[in-house]
Design a protein around this ligand. Structure first.
Ligand SMILES: CC(C)(COP(=O)(O)OP(=O)(O)OC[C@H]1O[C@@H](n2cnc3c(N)ncnc32)[C@H](O)[C@@H]1OP(=O)(O)O)[C@@H](O)C(=O)NCCC(=O)NCCS
Length: 141
């Protein structure tokens, strides 16, 4: 396996995400999003991209882990672990003390993230994570 930093292309992004429970996006929007991400990592087996992950955020206080995907036939072989460790090398080089490292888990993957110290929400101290899938139109009035 080969780890390559900041090698994520719109093609690889869509190909891997389309194997999981993720909403597809237009290529022009993916290009924009990748250009405005902090960091990404691609794991290759020979020439084939088999795992991806990226970080978005303000590069100091806040880091959000997004689009962690391993091709189904490569799962449970340590690729996800390589991805998260690579993201944390970047975070360790850039985050301040108490930086917020967030993510939204897909169903039944919470245990994978707990291994790295992530806390399941909601709990007594922290409310639920929340999300919206914006469909256009005004919410601001
Ligand atoms: C979640 C995902 C990235 C994990 O990648 P992976 O390559 O299968 O994980 P690894 O083989 O590196 O596993 C690392 C460790 O996590 C554990 N683990 C993996 N999936 C787990 C799960 N669902 N629950 C609990 N532990 C899990 C493994 O047992 C392993 O533990 P070990 O180090 O003690 O042996 C992968 O299953 C995936 O891409 N799923 C589909 C897309 C998705 O849902 N992504 C998450 C988006 S939030």
């Amino acid at each position: 396996m080969k780890i390559v930093e900041n090698a994520l292309t719109p093609q690889i992004f869509s190909e891997l995400r389309n194997t999981g429970p993720f909403i597809p996006y237009e290529e022009e929007d993916i290009i924009y999003a990748l250009e405005h991400s902090l960091f990404n990592v691609v794991i290759y087996d020979e020439q084939k991209a088999v795992g991806i992950a990226r970080l978005i955020g303000d590069n100091r206080l806040t880091f959000i882990i997004k689009d962690v995907v391993v091709l189904p036939r490569y799962q449970n072989r340590g690729v996800g672990d390589l991805l998260i460790k690579q993201l944390f090398k970047y975070i360790e080089a850039n985050a301040c003390t108490n930086a917020y490292i967030g993510l939204m888990s897909t169903p039944h993957k919470e245990g994978f993230y707990e291994k790295y110290g992530f806390i399941r929400r909601p709990n007594e101290k922290y409310g639920a994570g929340m999300v919206m899938f914006y469909k256009g139109g005004k919410i601001s009035e």
